[in-house]
Design a protein around this ligand. Structure first.
Ligand SMILES: Nc1ncnc2c1ncn2[C@@H]1O[C@H](COP(=O)(O)OP(=O)(O)O)[C@@H](O)[C@H]1O
Ligand SMILES: [Mg+2]
Length: 342
């Protein structure tokens, strides 16, 4: 699998480039990644996943039900990056938590290598937690302030594999630090001694500790300086090339999604409204919401930006969560069609 790393400066380590992103992160990259050929069994298959929360209704203090995710389906191949995009509150993080079984979904199935996680008990899930890991947006709150970075990275190894000979454990932690571009002399430091980018590297090292096959990255670069974002993205791509990792990459940065993803799913109010290859979504968006989302991104070229027509999405005429289905408009490119209300 090939892809271009973000450009590295002459002084930067090309593997983990120390360069800022191009002036706008949303500029058109020269190349995009093509979807991978589907395998006989995808690594992850999500079918009709839904999540409802019980909430206080404003009416007479009665309890109501809020549907955060209304039935989403997608699959993820080995070595593939699927971008999940959509405005804040569209249900992306809820999908992530339900995939990881950090929260139990209200309906649907989550098949990891063919096994339905929603049917497994917490105990049965434990060994599978090695296979999939999650990285969160905020590397500041993810770290335990009272744990050294080394201990934090070693933690999942100790939890899943029990006590280890000290030297062997240290060696593994040192190797993990090297893998994410951190100096192993920092192993004994505490979180407050690290920058945001370094903290996210520590979180990635911890996520890698048990050699997962799937990483759910929920806005992993949103909280970082623009100059650091490219470093973390390059690191994630490098790890994918080395280890064949699959990523569900949740982001609202469409430029970044275009650069690193093979396929994209667009979420709106708890539903996927369009999914397809990066080419399909960026060059031939069909759903009015996708068109609006794309028109709101900045072009790198000021002339293009000035000439661009902004599209606004005013909502579905039939209201959301009416009956609908995904129509295949070209091979692998699906758009949600609403069935008209009689
Ligand atoms: N525990 C909860 N109880 C009630 N509503 C929730 C809960 N968690 C999330 N939500 C709601 O679900 C919707 C989707 O949230 P979220 O998945 O965090 O969106 P996103 O990650 O796309 O910004 C939001 O409207 C949010 O307020
Ligand atoms: Mg979120």
């Amino acid at each position: 699998m090939t892809h271009d790393p973000l450009p590295a400066t002459a002084t930067g380590n090309p593997a983990i480039a120390h360069d800022p992103l191009p002036a706008t992160a949303t500029g058109n990259p020269a190349t995009t990644r093509s979807p991978l050929p589907p395998a006989r069994q995808p690594l992850l298959q999500v079918e009709g996943l839904s999540k409802e929360y019980s909430v206080n209704s404003p009416w007479f203090g009665r309890r109501g039900v809020f549907t955060a995710v209304g039935g989403v389906s997608f699959s993820l191949e080995k070595g593939e990056t699927l971008g999940l995009v959509g405005e804040s509150g569209s249900g992306k993080s809820t999908v992530a938590r339900c995939l990881m079984q950090l929260e139990r979904p209200s309906g649907g199935r989550v098949l990891l290598e063919g096994r339905d996680l929603t049917e497994l008990s917490q105990r049965e899930l434990r060994p599978l937690r090695k296979v999939m890991q999650i990285i969160f947006q905020d590397p500041y709150s993810a770290l335990n302030p009272r744990m050294t970075a080394g201990r934090f990275v070693a933690d999942p190894i100790l939890i899943h594999e029990g006590r280890q000979p000290r030297q062997a454990l240290e060696q593994r932690v040192r190797a993990l630090f090297a893998k994410v571009g951190l100096d192993s002399s920092h192993i004994g430091r505490y979180p407050h001694e690290f920058s945001g980018g370094q903290r996210q590297r520590i979180c990635i090292a911890r996520a890698l500790a048990l050699s997962p096959r799937l990483i759910v990255a929920d806005e992993p670069i949103t909280a970082l300086d623009v100059s650091i974002q490219a470093q973390i993205i390059n690191l994630l791509q490098q790890l994918q090339d080395e280890q064949g990792l699959s990523y569900l990459f949740i982001s609202h940065d469409l430029g970044m999604v275009r650069h690193i993803c093979h396929r994209v799913a667009v979420m709106l109010r708890g539903l996927i409204v369009e999914t397809g290859s990066v080419e399909d979504i960026f060059n031939d968006p069909r759903h009015p919401y996708t068109q609006a989302l794309l028109s709101a991104t900045l072009e790198a070229d000021p002339a293009l930006e000035r000439g661009k027509k902004r599209v606004f999405y005013t909502g579905s005429p039939t209201g959301w969560q009416t009956a609908g289905y995904m129509k295949e408009v070209s091979a692998g490119h699906f758009v949600r069609e609403e069935t008209p209300v009689p």
